[in-house]
Design a protein around this ligand. Sequence first.
Ligand SMILES: Cc1cc2nc3c(=O)[nH]c(=O)nc-3n(C[C@H](O)[C@H](O)[C@H](O)COP(=O)(O)O)c2cc1C
Length: 219
Amino acid sequence: MRTRSVRALLFGVPMLSGQLPAFDPDAAPAEPFPLFVDWLTEALAAGVREPHAVSVATVDADGCPDLRVVALRDATEAGWSFATRADSPKGRQLAAQPQAALLFHWREQARQIRVRGSVLRADPETAARDFLDRLPGSRAANLVGHQSEVLADPAAFPPALDAALARVESEPDTVDPQHALFTVRPRTVEFWQGVPNRGHVRLRYRHAGEAWTRERLWP
Ligand SMILES: Cc1cc2nc3c(=O)[nH]c(=O)nc-3n(C[C@H](O)[C@H](O)[C@H](O)COP(=O)(O)O)c2cc1C
């Protein structure tokens, strides 16, 4: 096979193209949450794929950033929530350093939303309710556990999943004690709208004391 340079592969691939929505920061609300709901509603209406897929950045014990995609479970004025295993790398990183950054990237609209803040783990009852809200297959996948551990023998996975599925069926009230719900409580939230060949429009909300401050950013 002929090796081609990545640079050549990328040449001319469009970015920030197509019909993009408008964003008027002067008409933006005083707080970020209503604007997030507006943008999410517009993303769903525009057919953006998986708008609830959000990248979560944490730091490990050496201060090295780590990053992965999770599913947004909910958002309120208090923050953005996702679920994972407490004993996963991200769960352990958040226990040691409860701060995170979130990134939504809705490429069909050339939009990104960045959230930074402290992270709060929900109480076990709330996490249990979130767990039992899930479809049986998803609960079983959770119960298998060992997330991000080395899978030395791939043949070990199917029987482990079958056993977890059987358990979910025979004991439907089973809750995985490692199921954790984390909420990122926003300190800053930035809304970014790409504009082809022009200055991108950026609005950052900053929590200062009790109130939110809004500021435009250079592109
Ligand atoms: C679209 C998408 C949604 C995902 N949702 C979750 C999720 O809600 N919770 C989760 O723990 N992992 C989810 N994952 C898997 C994570 O990206 C990651 O592989 C896993 O959580 C292990 O991360 P860690 O080793 O940093 O703990 C999702 C992956 C993708 C691509």
